[in-house]
Design a protein around this ligand. Structure first.
Ligand code: CA
Length: 237
Protein backbone atom coordinates (compact mmCIF):
# COMPACT_ATOMS: atom_id res chain seq x y z
CA UNK A 1 0.00 0.00 0.00
CA UNK A 2 1.52 3.35 -1.01
CA UNK A 3 1.27 4.88 2.44
CA UNK A 4 4.33 7.08 1.89
CA UNK A 5 2.73 8.77 -1.11
CA UNK A 6 -0.38 9.60 0.91
CA UNK A 7 1.74 10.90 3.75
CA UNK A 8 3.90 13.11 1.58
CA UNK A 9 0.92 14.78 -0.05
CA UNK A 10 -0.44 15.53 3.41
CA UNK A 11 2.75 17.11 4.74
CA UNK A 12 2.23 20.47 3.16
CA UNK A 13 4.09 23.43 1.67
CA UNK A 14 6.00 25.81 3.88
CA UNK A 15 7.10 29.30 2.89
CA UNK A 16 10.28 30.49 4.60
CA UNK A 17 10.72 34.27 4.85
CA UNK A 18 14.16 34.90 6.29
CA UNK A 19 16.94 37.23 5.19
CA UNK A 20 19.82 35.06 6.37
CA UNK A 21 20.61 32.58 3.61
CA UNK A 22 22.29 30.13 6.00
CA UNK A 23 19.14 29.89 8.12
CA UNK A 24 16.95 29.49 5.03
CA UNK A 25 19.17 26.67 3.85
CA UNK A 26 19.12 24.96 7.23
CA UNK A 27 15.32 25.23 7.43
CA UNK A 28 14.80 24.06 3.87
CA UNK A 29 17.04 21.06 4.40
CA UNK A 30 15.21 20.06 7.59
CA UNK A 31 11.78 20.47 5.96
CA UNK A 32 12.61 18.43 2.86
CA UNK A 33 14.12 15.67 4.96
CA UNK A 34 10.79 15.46 6.78
CA UNK A 35 8.82 15.29 3.54
CA UNK A 36 7.64 18.91 3.41
CA UNK A 37 7.88 21.08 0.33
CA UNK A 38 9.20 24.58 0.76
CA UNK A 39 9.71 27.90 -0.97
CA UNK A 40 11.95 30.65 0.23
CA UNK A 41 12.02 34.43 0.23
CA UNK A 42 14.62 36.81 1.63
CA UNK A 43 12.06 39.50 2.41
CA UNK A 44 8.39 40.42 2.17
CA UNK A 45 8.81 41.76 -1.38
CA UNK A 46 9.97 38.34 -2.57
CA UNK A 47 7.35 36.53 -0.51
CA UNK A 48 4.31 38.34 -1.87
CA UNK A 49 4.26 36.95 -5.43
CA UNK A 50 4.97 33.44 -4.09
CA UNK A 51 1.93 33.63 -1.82
CA UNK A 52 -0.20 35.09 -4.59
CA UNK A 53 0.74 32.25 -6.94
CA UNK A 54 0.09 29.44 -4.50
CA UNK A 55 -1.04 29.73 -0.92
CA UNK A 56 1.41 28.00 1.42
CA UNK A 57 0.11 25.75 4.20
CA UNK A 58 2.32 27.53 6.71
CA UNK A 59 4.67 30.52 6.85
CA UNK A 60 7.91 30.50 8.82
CA UNK A 61 8.75 34.16 9.18
CA UNK A 62 11.73 35.95 10.64
CA UNK A 63 10.79 38.79 13.00
CA UNK A 64 13.60 41.08 11.83
CA UNK A 65 13.57 41.47 8.07
CA UNK A 66 14.99 44.20 5.85
CA UNK A 67 12.16 46.39 4.57
CA UNK A 68 8.85 45.43 6.10
CA UNK A 69 9.31 43.59 9.41
CA UNK A 70 7.92 40.13 10.00
CA UNK A 71 5.59 41.50 12.67
CA UNK A 72 4.07 44.05 10.31
CA UNK A 73 3.72 41.49 7.55
CA UNK A 74 2.08 38.97 9.90
CA UNK A 75 -0.55 41.61 10.62
CA UNK A 76 -1.15 42.13 6.90
CA UNK A 77 -1.43 38.41 6.25
CA UNK A 78 -4.04 38.22 8.98
CA UNK A 79 -6.03 41.18 7.70
CA UNK A 80 -6.19 39.94 4.11
CA UNK A 81 -9.20 37.65 3.50
CA UNK A 82 -7.12 35.69 0.95
CA UNK A 83 -4.39 34.81 3.44
CA UNK A 84 -5.91 35.15 6.90
CA UNK A 85 -6.11 31.38 7.49
CA UNK A 86 -2.41 30.66 6.74
CA UNK A 87 -0.71 29.69 10.00
CA UNK A 88 2.42 31.68 10.87
CA UNK A 89 5.35 30.67 13.04
CA UNK A 90 7.55 33.62 13.91
CA UNK A 91 11.31 33.16 14.18
CA UNK A 92 12.66 35.60 16.69
CA UNK A 93 15.99 36.44 18.25
CA UNK A 94 14.18 38.11 21.07
CA UNK A 95 13.37 36.13 24.16
CA UNK A 96 11.56 38.94 25.90
CA UNK A 97 8.12 37.78 27.03
CA UNK A 98 6.47 41.07 26.05
CA UNK A 99 7.81 40.72 22.49
CA UNK A 100 6.46 37.20 22.25
CA UNK A 101 3.04 38.36 23.31
CA UNK A 102 3.25 41.15 20.75
CA UNK A 103 4.17 38.65 18.06
CA UNK A 104 1.18 36.48 18.89
CA UNK A 105 -1.05 39.55 19.07
CA UNK A 106 -0.18 40.51 15.52
CA UNK A 107 -1.43 37.19 14.27
CA UNK A 108 1.39 34.66 14.57
CA UNK A 109 0.23 31.23 15.71
CA UNK A 110 3.46 30.38 17.43
CA UNK A 111 7.02 31.67 17.77
CA UNK A 112 10.37 30.06 18.22
CA UNK A 113 13.41 31.81 19.64
CA UNK A 114 16.75 31.67 17.85
CA UNK A 115 18.90 29.71 18.16
CA UNK A 116 16.55 26.74 17.92
CA UNK A 117 17.00 23.08 17.10
CA UNK A 118 15.45 21.94 13.82
CA UNK A 119 13.85 19.12 15.79
CA UNK A 120 12.00 21.58 17.97
CA UNK A 121 11.01 23.66 14.96
CA UNK A 122 9.67 20.64 13.06
CA UNK A 123 7.65 19.62 16.11
CA UNK A 124 6.04 23.08 16.12
CA UNK A 125 5.40 22.94 12.38
CA UNK A 126 3.71 19.57 12.67
CA UNK A 127 1.64 20.71 15.66
CA UNK A 128 0.42 23.83 13.86
CA UNK A 129 -0.42 21.99 10.65
CA UNK A 130 -2.34 19.39 12.63
CA UNK A 131 -4.31 22.15 14.31
CA UNK A 132 -4.95 23.94 11.01
CA UNK A 133 -6.19 20.84 9.18
CA UNK A 134 -9.96 20.94 8.87
CA UNK A 135 -11.50 18.34 11.13
CA UNK A 136 -13.72 15.83 9.44
CA UNK A 137 -17.15 17.34 9.73
CA UNK A 138 -19.52 15.22 11.73
CA UNK A 139 -22.82 14.86 9.96
CA UNK A 140 -24.70 14.81 13.23
CA UNK A 141 -23.89 17.15 16.11
CA UNK A 142 -25.75 17.30 19.37
CA UNK A 143 -25.96 19.42 22.46
CA UNK A 144 -28.11 18.51 25.45
CA UNK A 145 -31.37 17.30 23.86
CA UNK A 146 -30.74 19.03 20.54
CA UNK A 147 -29.58 17.06 17.52
CA UNK A 148 -28.63 18.53 14.11
CA UNK A 149 -28.03 16.53 10.98
CA UNK A 150 -25.85 18.49 8.57
CA UNK A 151 -26.73 16.27 5.62
CA UNK A 152 -30.50 16.22 5.87
CA UNK A 153 -30.78 19.63 7.63
CA UNK A 154 -33.10 18.01 10.15
CA UNK A 155 -33.23 19.15 13.74
CA UNK A 156 -34.73 17.32 16.67
CA UNK A 157 -35.28 18.47 20.23
CA UNK A 158 -35.71 15.61 22.70
CA UNK A 159 -36.45 13.43 19.69
CA UNK A 160 -39.18 15.75 18.35
CA UNK A 161 -38.68 17.19 14.86
CA UNK A 162 -38.15 20.95 14.87
CA UNK A 163 -39.21 23.27 12.04
CA UNK A 164 -36.27 25.55 11.31
CA UNK A 165 -35.19 27.86 8.48
CA UNK A 166 -31.80 27.33 6.74
CA UNK A 167 -30.29 30.44 8.35
CA UNK A 168 -31.44 29.45 11.82
CA UNK A 169 -30.07 25.99 11.12
CA UNK A 170 -26.64 27.39 10.27
CA UNK A 171 -26.69 29.66 13.28
CA UNK A 172 -27.66 26.83 15.62
CA UNK A 173 -25.06 24.55 14.04
CA UNK A 174 -22.36 27.16 14.63
CA UNK A 175 -23.45 27.63 18.25
CA UNK A 176 -23.55 23.91 18.98
CA UNK A 177 -20.09 23.36 17.50
CA UNK A 178 -18.70 26.45 19.30
CA UNK A 179 -20.25 26.50 22.77
CA UNK A 180 -19.17 28.45 25.85
CA UNK A 181 -17.54 31.28 23.93
CA UNK A 182 -18.84 34.79 23.40
CA UNK A 183 -19.14 35.88 19.77
CA UNK A 184 -19.72 39.43 18.65
CA UNK A 185 -22.33 40.14 15.99
CA UNK A 186 -19.54 40.79 13.48
CA UNK A 187 -17.92 37.43 14.27
CA UNK A 188 -21.22 35.60 13.90
CA UNK A 189 -21.75 37.29 10.55
CA UNK A 190 -18.32 36.17 9.38
CA UNK A 191 -18.78 32.63 10.62
CA UNK A 192 -22.40 31.96 9.71
CA UNK A 193 -23.07 34.21 6.73
CA UNK A 194 -19.51 34.14 5.42
CA UNK A 195 -17.03 36.89 4.69
CA UNK A 196 -17.68 39.42 1.98
CA UNK A 197 -21.41 39.17 2.53
CA UNK A 198 -23.06 42.42 3.36
CA UNK A 199 -25.56 41.93 6.15
CA UNK A 200 -26.40 44.50 8.77
CA UNK A 201 -25.41 43.51 12.27
CA UNK A 202 -28.92 43.89 13.60
CA UNK A 203 -29.95 41.12 11.20
CA UNK A 204 -28.22 38.81 13.65
CA UNK A 205 -30.54 39.95 16.40
CA UNK A 206 -33.55 39.10 14.25
CA UNK A 207 -32.31 35.58 13.59
CA UNK A 208 -31.35 35.09 17.22
CA UNK A 209 -34.88 36.11 18.21
CA UNK A 210 -36.37 33.61 15.72
CA UNK A 211 -34.08 30.84 16.85
CA UNK A 212 -34.95 31.47 20.49
CA UNK A 213 -38.64 31.38 19.64
CA UNK A 214 -38.17 28.06 17.84
CA UNK A 215 -36.30 26.56 20.79
CA UNK A 216 -38.63 28.03 23.40
CA UNK A 217 -41.14 25.21 23.09
CA UNK A 218 -38.46 22.78 24.27
CA UNK A 219 -36.96 25.04 26.92
CA UNK A 220 -33.69 25.33 25.02
CA UNK A 221 -33.94 29.05 24.27
CA UNK A 222 -32.03 29.67 27.50
CA UNK A 223 -28.89 28.22 25.84
CA UNK A 224 -28.61 31.36 23.71
CA UNK A 225 -27.34 33.94 26.14
CA UNK A 226 -27.07 37.64 25.43
CA UNK A 227 -23.79 39.07 26.67
CA UNK A 228 -24.43 42.75 27.11
CA UNK A 229 -22.54 45.05 24.74
CA UNK A 230 -20.51 42.09 23.42
CA UNK A 231 -22.69 39.58 21.62
CA UNK A 232 -23.98 36.07 22.22
CA UNK A 233 -22.89 32.86 23.86
CA UNK A 234 -24.30 29.35 23.57
CA UNK A 235 -24.17 27.55 26.89
CA UNK A 236 -26.16 25.10 28.98
CA UNK A 237 -24.94 26.83 32.16
CA1 CA B 1 16.72 38.63 10.14
Amino acid sequence: MPVSAVESTMKGRVLIIEDEAAIREMLGYALVREGFQFEEAADVEQARPLIARQKPDLILMDWMLPGMSGVDYARRVRNDPQTRDIPIIMLTARSDEADKVRGLDTGADDYITKPFSTRELLARVRAILRRAAPEPADAVVSFAGLKLDNETFRVTADGQPVEISPTEFRLLHFFITHPERVYSRAQLLDQVWGQNVYVEERTIDVHIRRLRKTLEAYGYDRFIQTVRSVGYRFSAR
